[in-house]
Design a protein around this ligand. Structure first.
Ligand SMILES: [Ca+2]
Ligand SMILES: [Ca+2]
Ligand SMILES: [Ca+2]
Ligand SMILES: [Ca+2]
Length: 458
């Protein structure tokens, strides 16, 4: 994968001493996780004090910034994306968007940098490793005892996948235990469901998988990549989160005890506060960096050196690139809520062959109630791709087949499938429900939702 780098620089202060330790942060899912501060460090957003609450993190645009007015809508959109915290598949969008092929999507890059400013680092080794080319896409790690990165893509030839052979490199990437799949997310995210310990990998796996676009093609998942993956191409939008982005933030939200559902849990809400230099996070085209970067300052959480809290973050962009600034403000009120449910859940599940499986969809058109739309339901399975047709039957097709053309209406629950899985072969299934902002019979997928599940042979 080529593309320009999204660098993260970070510094850490130590509580009560204004001692700044400059230097590039070690890569990892959480900022500061690495050899200097420890591989188990979790970094939290501004305001976390170890007690459960809602963290309000303010975000502003530097008044003196180049493009200050142009940034406003995209920054608000990116804020909303983090606040909604919805995992998606197929989030790399290169057609059907308004981003010119030779321009960089400011909203996508702002989304990535905001992630750094609330504690997330690159899931891949990235430029801070000093590696070049595709080697930067190996899963984040330290160099280990031999002081060099051990890099071997394994039999599949794909960098960042489960068969990579990484020698003594120490994994920094939190993965779902026993699953090692960054494209799915279990209902609970904490130390009981996520691990960095390679002993918690599935027995056949060698290393933690990171949510890289090339890796996504190993699954029946199209064009999906963690927003926190480094690198974006001109003409490309990556404006919605992948499961790994959501999972990592939620792991932090399980608090100091790293157990979900206890008193130290928190939630995060980014608030846009307009043109100001004094927000918790400020954005500016100040040409201080090659492309874009977020610089954060953090303190240890009191005496606890396994947890860091960001104090401030500043995001810099370089104005010497052709940037595309989104002009349409997306708000929750104008965005239809679409969801597809497997066994009444929207998160990934593992089923045993023979278990019952139900599939249903819900739709809340919100302010677009009555707008004409195309409806689409797709299932990608180990035995091919299927689309729901207008007779409510799944038919095999590599090209989109429309389920319905008509107005957006409220669907409180519509069952599409209900059966035992005995007839379904083992493997990974992904199902999608999408509605368009037009009714032309052509697939756009303007508003969509997806869920994946696996069937294991019994
Ligand atoms: Ca591999
Ligand atoms: Ca090594
Ligand atoms: Ca907790
Ligand atoms: Ca359409």
């Amino acid at each position: 994968m080529s593309g320009f780098s999204l660098a993260v620089a970070a510094r850490s202060g130590i509580t009560a001493i204004l001692l700044l330790l400059p230097g590039l942060v070690q890569s990892g899912v959480f900022e500061f996780a690495g050899e200097r501060y420890g591989v188990d460090v979790i970094t939290h957003p501004t305001g976390y004090d170890g007690t459960g609450n809602k963290l309000i993190v303010t975000v502003g645009i530097a008044p003196s910034s180049i493009h200050a007015d142009g940034m406003v809508v995209a920054v608000q959109n990116a804020i909303q994306t983090w606040n909604q915290l919805i995992p998606t598949l197929g989030n790399i969008v290169t057609s059907g968007n308004r981003i010119p092929a030779d321009q960089f999507d400011f909203e996508s890059v702002a989304l990535h940098e905001l992630g750094h400013c609330i504690g997330l680092s690159h899931p891949n080794l990235a430029v801070e490793s000093g590696l070049s080319g595709n080697d930067k896409n190996y899963t984040a790690s330290t160099k280990g005892a031999n002081q060099v990165y051990d890099l071997n893509p394994g039999i599949d030839g794909i960098i960042g996948s489960s068969d990579d052979v990484r020698g003594d490199d120490v994994n920094l990437h939190w993965f779902p235990k026993g699953l090692n799949n960054p494209f799915l997310i279990p209902q609970t995210v904490d130390q009981f469901t996520y691990s960095r310990d390679l002993g918690d990998l599935p027995v056949v796996d060698h290393f933690a998988v990171n949510a890289d676009r090339d890796v996504s093609h190993l699954y029946p998942i199209e064009r999906t990549e963690a927003v926190m993956q480094q690198g974006i191409l001109a003409g490309e939008g990556r404006r919605t989160l992948a499961a790994d982005d959501v999972a990592t933030l939620r792991l932090g939200m399980s608090g100091v005890d790293r157990i979900a559902g206890t008193a130290d849990d928190y939630s995060v809400e980014l608030h846009y506060v307009g043109f100001t230099d004094s927000a918790d996070i400020t954005l500016a085209f100040d040409d201080k960096v090659t492309f874009s970067a977020c610089e954060v300052q953090a303190d240890f959480l009191g005496e606890n050196h396994n947890h860091l809290v960001i104090q401030t973050g500043s995001i810099s962009f370089n104005s010497n690139f052709p940037w595309y600034f989104e002009t349409e403000l997306r708000t929750p009120e104008t965005t239809p809520a679409v969801a597809i449910w497997i066994n009444e859940q929207t998160y990934a599940q593992q089923l045993q062959q023979g278990n019952n499986v139900t599939m249903s969809i819900t739709l809340d058109p919100r302010s677009r109630n009555g707008n004409l739309s195309d409806y689409w339901v797709k299932a990608m399975t180990p035995f091919g791709t299927f689309w729901l047709n207008e007779h409510m039957q799944f038919v095999a097709s590599e090209v989109p087949i429309r389920a319905y053309g008509g107005p957006l209406v409220n669907i409180s629950a519509l069952s599409l499938f209900e059966d035992a899985t005995g007839q379904l072969p083992p493997g990974l299934y992904s199902v999608y429900f999408a509605v368009d902002d037009n009714m032309d019979g052509i697939y756009d997928g303007t508003f969509k939702s997806s869920v994946i599940f696996t069937i294991q042979s019994s």
